[in-house]
Design a binder for this molecule. Structure first.
Ligand SMILES: *[C@@H]1O[C@H](CO)[C@@H](O)[C@H](O)[C@H]1NC(C)=O
Length: 585
């Protein structure tokens, strides 16, 4: 930090120097103080960051450069599709297709048994039947493969072999989150009616993910009807269990395609994103998620001998578990903005394109130091960002379950908890496990308990088994590899976005800025890391209008947004086809 803002008058530099000392002191203090003081200090930090470090201004030229809108060379196909998506008759048709697929209640449940044994999967036969009946042209021109019965893979073979032009793959899922029976009454329109009120299509799956699925089918169907024949193979693949584990369809589909096309054999994967076109920092962004946070469920069991409640120990398993939970919540993972995180790219885009006043002060000024790996700046920028963004820059942890004790007059023998974590892109499952082990080890020692770590062999002495704290993980997933934003595939995607989607500003003066982003949750793409290095998650709709109510009551999609989605996907296919042979991809 160097303070050289002489125009602010003399005396400031000494104030700034004092500020720097104070800020350093404050960050040392932050570790130990409580919330009210913490927020006070943070606001003073904010004050000083406003006045220092302008001499390290980050050079923004060349940062977050935008490609121009990309028009397909095949004007006839493009014209055909544009005419369609602007015709009211077509709107009626495609809206009808969406409302009818919403009427199929293709719910996936956490406790589903295997396909073929649990007959609740059978509703997916109806989905396949519906797709076949609604898209006869499409189905007649593709090869349809099944992965584990209900995973559907539709391959529209290109004229150039996949070894010379890698196929483009677009994913959607057929399943929806169940509607809890006692919430049905809270819906404005019944969840499986597929009601269209002239403006909005209501129902479970409208945005997540049947709007996307129908749009993909439409885009290929329209391209076929336009007379277009692809050089690059086009593949649509529809899972049946994205909302649960993805093991029943998501993984088999990925395995199938990996088997067929090999490592990195796919040009680009498009999948739903939790983001679309949105306004942030007073600027319209098309947010393309180029990575996903990791995932970990940690279980902690505390076992000890029980006994009668009249002769209790000072601390029983419930007390010790409480101590552990308090320790966990009191040592949250630190927030840090690093250049490895796609959200750093987003901050660069905001710094380069958003109105200067809209970005939290101190963020822009510190980007250079963040990029150079200055840990202090990395932590400070994370600290300065508002609450809605902070979880993109840290590993989150949420204690979700607790269990212990059966009887008021008996000393409990087992207490347990489960914690859900979403891993920052810079960390790993192993690092997080290590953090928990070192946090809990001293507590175990204090209580004379054996600590059974995540990778414990289980061959311990019987004495250790009587009093122990066991750590185990249920589900884990490393943070996704970050897909490149300097790849040709990303330029094709960006150009398509800028050609087919509009910024949110009413006056049309604003530019739509394509930015990398990070998905805090996971999609079926978690199975596809080996299939393609270019995995992009993006929903081509205006998410300010279509307030995302996925997973809750009153899910809906605005018709005027939905009917334009096929234009985006079809143009993407055309543009990706134009790139065949450009650099041998
Ligand atoms: C932990 O405790 C739960 C009961 O709360 C039990 O179902 C589970 O098997 C235990 N796991 C381990 C690893 O001890």
């Amino acid at each position: 930090m160097s303070g050289q803002k002489e125009q602010h008058g003399t005396g400031l530099s000494s104030l700034v120097a004092r500020g720097a000392v104070l800020a350093a002191l404050a960050s040392a203090l932050l570790v130990v103080v409580d919330t009210p003081l913490k927020s006070f200090i943070s606001s003073s930090l904010d004050y000083f960051s406003l006045h220092v470090s302008s001499s390290t201004e980050y050079d923004l030229s060349g940062v977050c450069q935008q490609v121009p809108g990309l028009s397909p060379r095949n004007h006839d196909a493009e014209r055909f599709i544009r005419d369609k998506v602007e015709s009211p008759a077509y709107h009626t048709e495609i809206i009808n297709k969406l409302t009818r697929i919403i009427q199929i209640p293709s719910e996936s449940y956490d406790d589903l048994g295997p396909i073929g044994e649990d007959d609740r999967w059978d509703v997916f036969y109806d989905m396949e039947k519906y797709i076949k009946a609604t898209y006869p042209t499409l189905v007649g021109n593709v090869r349809l493969d099944h992965a584990n019965t209900h995973g559907l893979i539709l391959t529209w073979e290109g004229s150039v072999p996949a070894s010379e032009a890698k196929p483009i793959l677009m994913l959607a899922h057929q399943d929806v989150v169940p509607v809890l029976p006692d919430t049905v009454g809270d819906w404005t329109h019944p969840p499986y009616e597929g009601f269209y009120d002239g403006e909005i299509i209501w129902g479970r799956g409208a945005t997540d993910d049947k709007g996307y699925l129908i749009s993909l089918l439409e885009s290929v169907d329209l391209l076929m009807k336009s007379g277009f024949r692809p050089k690059r193979t086009v593949i649509l693949a529809f899972g049946c269990d994205e909302e649960i584990s993805g093991e029943n369809c998501g993984r088999p589909i990925a395995d199938f395609l990996h088997e067929r096309y090999g490592d990195d054999g796919i040009y680009m994967i498009m999948d739903e994103g939790s983001m679309g076109v949105q306004k942030e920092f007073d600027q319209s962004f098309a947010m393309v998620s180029v990575a996903e946070k990791g995932y970990l469920d940690v279980g902690i069991n505390i076992t000890s001998s029980g006994g009668h409640a009249s002769t209790p120990p000072d601390h029983n398993v419930i007390g010790i578990l409480s101590e552990i939970i308090v320790a966990i919540e009191n040592s949250p993972f630190p927030g840090r903005v690093t250049s490895k995180n796609p959200m750093f790219g987003f901050l660069e885009c905001a710094a380069a394109h958003a109105p200067p006043a809209s970005l939290t002060s101190g963020v822009r000024e510190n980007l250079g130091r963040v990029a150079r790996g200055d840990v202090e700046a990395q932590e400070k920028v994370a600290w300065l960002l508002d609450d809605s963004l902070r979880y993109y820059f840290r590993t989150s942890q949420s204690v979700g379950k607790i269990n212990g004790g059966v009887k008021i007059n008996a000393i409990p023998e087992l207490a347990s908890t489960m914690i859900n974590l979403r891993l920052a892109v810079e960390t790993s499952v192993a690092q997080v496990k290590e953090h928990y082990e070192s946090l809990i080890r001293p507590i175990a020692q204090r209580h004379g308990m054996h600590l059974e770590g995540f990778s414990s062999s289980g061959y311990d002495s019987p004495e250790q088994h009587r009093r122990k704290i066991s750590l185990y993980s249920v589900d884990d997933l490393e943070p996704a590899p970050v897909s490149p934003v300097d790849a040709e595939a990303f330029r094709v995607l960006s150009g398509t976005i800028r050609n087919t989607l509009h910024p949110l500003g009413k006056d049309g003066s604003e530019e739509l800025i394509v930015t990398p982003y990070l998905m805090p949750a996971n999609t079926d793409t978690k199975f596809f890391w080996a299939v393609s290095s270019n995995i992009y998650r993006f929903t081509p709709i205006n998410l300010v209008h279509s307030l995302n109510r996925a997973h809750t009551t009153d899910e809906f999609i605005r018709a005027d947004e939905f009917v334009r989605e096929p234009l985006f996907f079809a143009t993407l296919i055309l543009n990706a086809d134009d790139a065949v042979g450009v650099d041998g991809s």
